[in-house]
Structure formats: C-alpha cells, structure tokens
Design a protein around this ligand. Structure first.
Ligand code: PLP
Length: 224
C-alpha cells in the first residue's frame, strides 16, 4: 500500500467508514480523521497530503519536527496534533510546532504550556489525556483527579481545555473506556473526544468520538 493512488483509495474508504458510523449523530456533527504519521516513510506522508489529508498526529516532538517543520510552509492549512507524552523540557518545541496538544496530564506541564504559549504568542488547542484504565505505566490523569485538574488548568493557568483523550488498555474491551471518557467529558462540560485507533475506531465513533487517530489502517504497517 505504498503506491500513491492506493493510499488515496484507502483514505477514501476509511472516510466512508467514518461517515457511516457517524450517521447516527446529530446533523452537522462530524468526526475528524487524524492521520497518525509516526514512523511512516516520507513517500506515504507525501501521498497522504496529495490525497487531501491535512490533519496529522505525531507522538514524538523530534520526529514530528523532521516530518513537518519544512512541509508546514508548503501547506498553510496543515493541522498538527501531539498525541504522545510530552516532557516539560520539550514544551517550547512542541508549542512552536503543534496546533493541538492532546496529552496534557499534569500541573507542571500545564504551567509550562501556558508559559510557552504566552512567550511565543501562540494559542494551541488542548486536550487532557485521561488514564481510564488506571495503568501504572501509562500517562494521563486518573479519572478521579480530572475535575480538580481541570479547575487547575482553567483557574490557575488560564488555559482553555477543548476535550479529553484516552488510550484504552490493550487487554480490555475498548468500548468500556470510550464510554467512561464520554461520561467524564459530559460531567465536565467538554464536547470534544479524541478516542479510537485502527482496531477500534468504529466503536469509538459509536460512543461519541469527535476525532479518531488512525495510523496503520490508513497508511499501512509502520517501520518497526
Ligand atoms: C500510534 C498511535 C495511534 C495510531 O495507532 P494505529 O493503531 O496504528 O492506528 C493512535 N494514537 C496514539 C496515541 C498513538 O500513539
């Protein structure tokens, strides 16, 4: 699936599947396709751009710079989303490159993002990552800590939060976690939900996803 026309056909098919799943939604509510370009070769990234895709997700700041720093100027309507964990010392680079950070999950990072946005005069859209499975090794704020953290972001840091993001545990039904994230967002008065990957995006849309993050099902398998 590295041929340009193959990738375009594949993207069209995925967009159709997304549209079918989103039919049950209220009129006008669309589901955004975030193309996850991490560890994908340049040829496929170029093919995806040629197919009309403009919203991309990356999980590492440095790799994202390699993929996108120069392409940005050729595609002014590009939207880049950071979907991987962010170390505080990379915040300046992340704020300079990305339009959306989906992995805000701690106070130190909230402060650092606020400081950098002010310094660079850039306003990014922000999602809080929630560790819905309460896994030790996974980033994200615990569900019980979300209300307090939201207050902190808004009141202490003056940050506007757009929505919530989660990555379900691999060994549990994803739907349980998507439903939990949707409930947390409802309770917090947030309308945007970034959830669903290649294996479970249709389930996620059924449970209210407003954006899905698709890598392998869209581009083909990644480099190891
Ligand atoms: C890699 C990644 C994806 C895409 O994964 P696929 O299973 O290839 O669709 C989505 N979200 C996050 C946070 C990722 O790191």
């Amino acid at each position: 699936m590295s041929d340009i026309s193959d990738l375009k056909n594949n993207r069209d098919k995925i967009l159709d599947r997304i549209a079918v799943c989103a039919q049950a939604r209220e009129a006008g509510e669309t589901v955004e396709l975030v193309a996850v370009s991490k560890r994908q070769p340049d040829t496929r990234i170029e093919a995806m751009l040629a197919a009309g895709q403009r919203v991309f997700g990356e999980n590492r700041v440095q790799e994202a710079q390699q993929h996108w720093s120069e392409r940005r100027s050729a595609y002014p309507d590009l939207e880049l989303r950071l979907i991987g964990p962010l170390q505080s010392n990379k915040t300046a680079d992340a704020v300079a490159l990305f339009d959306v950070i989906e992995t805000l999950d701690r106070e130190k990072l909230a402060r650092a993002i606020k400081t950098e946005m002010d310094r660079q005069q850039r306003k990014l859209r922000l999602y809080i990552q929630v560790n819905t499975g309460e896994e030790d090794q996974k980033s994200g704020i615990l569900p019980a800590e979300l209300p307090g953290f939201l207050d902190f972001c808004r009141d202490e840091c003056g940050l506007e939060i757009e929505g919530l993001m989660c990555i379900p545990p691999v060994d549990e039904p994803a739907g349980l976690h998507f439903a939990l994230l949707a409930k947390l967002a409802r309770e917090a008065g947030l309308s945007k939900l970034s959830m669903g990957m290649s294996g479970d995006f249709e389930t996620a849309i059924g449970l209210g996803a407003t954006s899905v993050r698709l890598g392998s099902v869209l581009f083909g398998a990644r480099d190891a």
